[in-house]
Design a protein around this ligand. Structure first.
Ligand code: PAF
Length: 283
């Protein structure tokens, strides 16, 4: 595995793959890798000849009162995990490689960035769209892989790729969960044992609503009410919304198209997000 920290070296290394007509897969991460990231790597390796994993904790997607400075980091462990999975290139640029001095050009996503997390984390998706487009320019992958847990991020990135004519296929990989259902997240490590137990309310609420949906329930209010009962165990529910999977606007009731039930909640001081897809055949 090549561990690379500069764009110049990344381009040089990837030139060989490109001239051999190899398909380049890209897994952007902020490190502190878990099984969710490893599933993205596996998906890339199944579909591509060369897999590039990036590790960069992107300052522009954190708000002033968020956890940028305490965001979990363990580069050596991440490097070992990538080596163990036969990742071809681990790209770990420094802050100035990504944001040169006097940096002033951002990618501003539109309406998809406004609801859900966007309304609680102003500027978050501007930071995500900016860094992802920069990483796309650096890596120039054929395919890029994102986790479904970040449902809105997937929608914003997919839209950005279309709007900016990026010749990159965006693949969403299903959420990986702990055995008890908690969605894997680097932030889970902030949870105390007691909070970890209460955090299960999120996945349990979403999966109870999914069960109701699978039993035939189509009324949005009823599905939300089922999930909400479980979510009483969290400290602060930011949102629990049933949205159209394409527009991210409130889904029509009764449901007649596939939708996503999305939640964000604080357990202690940790903000967690999760979602389930309520899939209906296209009409
Ligand atoms: O999902 C993440 O880890 C980040 O938002 C991403 C896509 C790596 C951009 O910093």
């Amino acid at each position: 595995m090549h561990t690379i920290t500069t764009v110049a070296e990344l381009r040089r290394t990837l030139e060989k793959s490109r001239s051999a007509d190899q398909r380049v897969g890209f897994v952007p991460t902020m490190g502190y890798l878990h099984d969710g990231h490893l599933a993205l790597i596996a998906a890339s390796q199944a579909q591509c000849d060369v897999t590039v994993v990036s590790i960069f904790v992107n300052p522009t997607q954190f708000g002033p009162n968020e956890d940028l400075s305490s965001y979990p980091r363990d580069f050596l462990r991440d490097e070992e995990l990538c080596r163990g999975r036969c990742v071809a290139i681990l790209f770990a640029p420094g802050a100035h490689e990504v944001y040169p001095i006097d940096f002033q050009t951002f990618v501003e996503p539109g309406d998809l960035a406004k609801p859900l997390c966007g309304s609680f984390r102003p500027g978050h998706f501007r930071g995500v769209a900016t860094v992802v487009s920069k990483l796309f320019n650096m890596v120039q992958p054929d395919v890029a892989f994102f986790g479904q847990k970040d449902f809105q991020q997937c929608a914003v990135v997919r839209r950005m790729a279309i709007d900016l004519n990026l010749p990159i296929k965006i693949v969403t990989v299903p959420t990986v969960r702990e055995q008890d259902g908690l969605a894997m997240s680097s932030r889970n490590r902030y949870l105390s044992e007691e909070e970890r137990q209460r955090a299960l309310a999120i996945s349990r609420g979403l999966s109870a609503a999914l069960d109701e949906f699978c039993s035939g329930e189509r009324h949005v209010e009823k599905l939300i009410a089922v999930a909400k009962k479980h979510l009483e165990a969290v400290d602060r529910l930011q949102y629990l919304e049933l949205i159209d999977g394409d527009t991210l606007k409130a889904a029509d009731s009764p449901l007649h198209r596939s939708a996503a039930l999305c939640a964000a909640a604080y357990v202690g001081s940790t903000r967690l997000i999760d979602n389930v897809i309520l899939a209906l055949p296209a009409q």
